[in-house]
Design a protein around this ligand. Structure first.
Ligand code: FEO
Length: 171
């Protein structure tokens, strides 16, 4: 039995993860339009990962006998004036998601909800990776993105990313 507060926060996180998928799909579409297929691929896969995160929160709630309320997903309303803009926005967005995960963790900790804390441990680790990857994307672009040949190579590198299912499996 999860507390009302933890349940609400987990439900809110379902929406937040779907919004992340939507946002990253918007990044992917922008790069596709601009001819940067590698960056488009990278964010397409990131969108798939975010959808997976949403599904994990749904499964966890269901495993604990809770119902899900699917809320409307906000329209991504970002404007991209330069190729680096989505990368900076992505890094900022991941920090926001980390703070949301931390908020759920803190609520679970307060209520001695060790089961939810254990479930969230995977996300705590995942967020460290997501922030690191996002920062890495910004750094590499700052270093090499202004030269067209290097940008071509960076884009080719981003094309290599392949989708892998999350290591956390909930039956
Ligand atoms: Fe689901 Fe990128 O955090």
């Amino acid at each position: 039995m999860l507390s009302k507060k933890v349940t609400e926060l987990l439900n809110k996180q379902v929406n937040a993860e779907f919004y992340s998928a939507y946002l990253y799909l918007d990044f992917s579409n922008y790069y596709k339009d601009e001819g940067l297929d590698g960056y488009s691929n990278w964010y397409y896969i990131q969108a798939q990962e975010e959808r997976d995160h949403a599904m994990l929160f749904i499964k966890y709630l269901q495993q604990n006998g809770e119902s899900i309320t699917l809320e409307a997903i906000d329209k991504p309303d970002k404007e991209y004036k330069a190729f680096i803009d989505p990368l900076n926005m992505g890094a900022e967005h991941e920090r926001l998601v980390t703070s949301m995960i931390n908020e759920i963790y803190a609520a679970a900790y307060e209520e001695h909800d060790f089961r939810t804390m254990q479930f969230l441990d995977w996300f705590v680790k995942e967020q460290a990776e997501e922030e690191d990857n996002a920062d890495d994307n910004v750094k590499k672009f700052e270093l090499f993105g202004s030269d067209s040949r290097s940008l071509y190579e960076l884009d080719t590198e981003m094309k290599n990313r392949v989708y892998t299912a999350p290591s956390l499996v909930l039956d």
